[in-house]
Design a binder for this molecule. Sequence first.
Ligand SMILES: Cc1cc2nc3c(=O)[nH]c(=O)nc-3n(C[C@H](O)[C@H](O)[C@H](O)COP(=O)(O)O)c2cc1C
Length: 337
Amino acid sequence: MQLAPLRIGPVTLARPVVLAPMAGVTNLPFRLLAKEQGVGLVCSETLSARGIVEGGEKTHKMASRTHEEGPMAAQIFGCDPEILAEAASLLEAKGIDILDINFGCPVSKFVRSFAGAVLMREPDKIRRIVTAVRSRIRIPLTVKMRSGWDAASINAPEIAHIAEDCGADAISIHPRTRAQAYTGRADWRVTAEVVRRVRIPVIGNGDITSPEKALQLLEETGCAGVMIGRGALGNPWIFSQVRDFLEKGSYDPAGPPPGERRALMLRHLDALIDFTGNEVAAVRVMRKHFAWYTKGLPGGALFRDAINQIETRAEVVEIIEKFFDRLHVGRAAWGPS
Ligand SMILES: Cc1cc2nc3c(=O)[nH]c(=O)nc-3n(C[C@H](O)[C@H](O)[C@H](O)COP(=O)(O)O)c2cc1C
């Protein structure tokens, strides 16, 4: 398939495949792994605009980037147009390439503070936010949204149109309602409607778990790019598979051999220890990644029980080595000898 380049304002992506922002996941180490696999654009975890403005060290660290990762978007959340605009301007000064605003987060903590998907109920507020942020930055501005608040109020096409009118350069859409959270299926028909409603590029998101689904989303909706979230958990290889499928028409469905998987798990751990500067904290965060990396492998459940009990790098390495050595000789990968 001949893919048109995805242009977001003046930024042209090498390929129209985007890593979705995921809180607690898409920190610098994870973004670099996705980049190695050929993703076109990465995005930070969602960052509190207020935290950025107030100079919170943790929030600023979450926004840190390296030029190795190529184009990087930072996503902010909040509800006060002025604070969002100030945060956007501070992030632009830090060197991010694209600024994204979160109008999609369904979690109650966000809803209570009038941020994320709750803003889909307030088109005027969205207009004020996008206008204020646009007026303060020169880099491209994107917004990420859901299909609406609930099944009775699907308004993504209207919100996308407002965002475009106020100067957004692209839209990404996860077509579930806030009420759905992550249940049911993403309704790609809403994505197709958004594509019809705006002239700026639309990046389709939701339930892409294979290269075939990525192609299907592009073909069914006419969207300009695809964004992958959960499909990349424990599976950054999905980006090279999607790249190969879209560019060459075929890919290796087996994914990486066990040795490569083992090496990447350890590299991910070491990069996170480096990034956090705290071995125990990094090991704890990596537990969920190790669970994702070993999902479906023989002995994976016992491996995960074991890994959840330990806190040092040395212990993790020992357990991972043992797990993969057993995989290699074709025995239950973890468990009683
Ligand atoms: C662990 C996790 C954290 C997420 N954090 C964010 C976030 O910070 N900002 C955001 O806009 N969406 C967030 N999302 C939603 C994803 O970006 C994406 O829209 C959603 O998972 C649907 O895409 P998928 O089916 O490819 O996972 C998160 C999703 C997950 C699973």
